[in-house]
Design a protein around this ligand. Structure first.
Ligand code: CP
Length: 338
C-alpha cells in the first residue's frame, strides 16, 4: 500500500513499513519516517521487551498516557491493514489489539489456525509470508512456540509479539508498567513481588527484565518447582512484606508436562494471595494480575475487585499501550517529539 503525502504519491514500494529510517515526511500533524528496505527483522517490530531502551519504554508509556487522555480519538494519518494471528487462546491481548486497531482507523483481520490453512498443513512461516504477500502492513502474533519470530526474521513488515510460549509478552509488560507508573510516577526504588508460576510465565520474564532495568527491586515467590533460573526467589510472606506492587500469576497448566506436585487447595493456602495475607500488605500497595484469573486459586475472589486491585485497570491500559506500540510500528514519532 502506498500513501498520498501532501498530494504527492509516495514512491516507496508497498507500505511505508519494512524499512530503516532515511526520510522524514511531514503529514498533517505527524512526522512519518519512511525508509529503505533492510535485511533482517524490521526495526519497528516489537518482539522482546529487552530490545527497547529505557527511553523507548518511556516514549511508549508517554504515548499510551496521551491515548488515555487527550488523544482518545486520534487516528493514524493513513489507512493500513493488520493481521492478528493467534495460534494460542487469548481474550485480553487479542481483543485489546482489535480495539486499538479499530480506534486507530486500521483495518484488521483475525487469523486462527482452526479456520485457516494451518489445518491443511501450511507452516507458520508460510502463513506469515502469505499475509505479507497479500499486502498486510503489520502482523500481531501469539504462538505457544518460544521465539517463533526467529523463523520469520526476514519479513519486511513489522511484527508485534503478542506472547511466545514462556518467552516474552512485551505489550503486557508495557501495560503493567503503565499501571505502575500511573500509581507511583516512578519505578525507581519500588519493591515489586511477583508470585506464582514464574517458570512458565512470559509476563514474569518480561516484567522482571523491564522493572529491574527501570530501577525497581523485583522479588519472586512460589513453589520451588516454579522458580526461574537467575530470578531472586523467596517465600510469599517475605516477598509481599513492604511491597509496593504485588502481582499474582496464573498457574500455566497448559505448559506443565506432569502437572503440579501439590493440590490446588495446598497451592492456594501456601502460595495464593489470600484475604488473610492481603491484610499484611502495606498501605498504598496495589495488586496486579495479568489475567486470565483463576479466582480462589492464585488469588482470593474478593481481592480481584478490592480497592487495592488494579487488575481491570491493567486491561484498560492494554488498549492504550497497544495503540502506542502500533503507532510506533507505523513509523510515527512519539507525540512529545512532534
Ligand atoms: N494477559 C493476557 O495475555 O491475557 P490473554 O491470554 O487473555 O490475552
Amino acid at each position: 500500500m502506498s500513501h498520498d503525502v501532501k498530494g504527492e504519491r509516495n514512491s516507496f514500494p508497498t507500505s511505508s513499513l519494512g524499512y530503516n529510517a532515511y526520510r522524514i515526511v511531514e503529514l498533517s500533524k505527524c512526522v512519518i519516517i519512511t525508509a529503505r528496505k533492510v535485511s533482517g527483522m524490521n526495526e519497528r517490530s516489537l518482539l522482546d521487551i529487552s530490545q527497547l531502551s529505557r527511553q523507548d519504554i518511556l516514549d511508549i508509556l508517554s504515548d499510551a498516557h496521551d491515548f488515555s487522555a487527550s488523544k482518545r480519538d486520534w487516528q493514524l494519518p493513513h489507512p493500513g491493514l493488520v493481521a492478528n494471528l493467534f495460534f494460542e487462546p487469548s481474550t485480553r491481548t487479542h481483543y485489546s489489539f482489535a480495539a486499538a486497531e479499530l480506534g486507530l482507523g486500521l483495518k484488521a483481520e483475525d487469523y486462527t489456525p482452526l479456520t485457516g490453512s494451518t489445518q491443511k498443513g501450511e507452516s507458520f512461516r508460510d502463513t506469515c509470508l502469505t499475509f505479507q504477500a497479500l499486502g498486510y502492513d503489520l502482523l500481531v502474533i501469539r504462538s505457544p512456540q518460544e521465539r517463533y519470530y526467529d523463523e520469520i526474521a526476514d519479513l519486511r513488515i513489522p511484527v508485534i509479539n503478542a506472547g511466545d510460549g514462556a518467552g516474552s509478552h512485551p505489550t503486557q509488560c508495557l501495560l503493567d508498567l503503565m499501571t505502575i507508573q500511573e500509581e507511583f510516577a516512578t519505578f525507581e526504588g519500588l519493591k515489586v513481588a511477583i508470585i506464582g508460576d514464574i517458570a512458565h510465565s512470559r509476563v514474569a520474564n518480561s516484567d522482571y527484565q523491564a522493572l529491574t532495568a527501570l530501577g525497581a527491586r523485583v522479588v519472586c515467590a512460589g513453589p520451588e518447582e516454579f522458580a526461574r533460573e537467575g530470578f531472586p526467589f523467596t517465600s510469599v510472606d517475605e516477598a509481599i512484606e513492604g511491597a509496593d506492587v504485588v502481582m499474582t500469576l496464573r498457574i500455566q497448566f497448559e505448559r506443565l508436562k506432569e502437572g503440579m506436585s501439590i493440590t490446588r487447595e495446598e497451592y492456594h493456602q501456601r502460595y495464593g494471595l489470600t484475604a488473610a495475607r492481603a491484610q499484611s500488605l502495606k498501605p498504598g500497595c496495589i495488586i496486579l494480575h495479568p489475567a486470565p484469573i483463576n479466582r480462589g486459586l492464585e488469588i482470593d475472589s474478593e481481592l480481584v475487585e478490592c480497592p487495592r486491585s488494579r487488575i481491570f485497570k491493567q486491561m484498560e491500559n492494554g488498549t492504550y499501550v497497544r495503540k502506542a506500540v502500533i503507532k510506533r510500528a507505523f513509523n510515527l514519532l512519539p507525540f512529545r517529539e512532534e
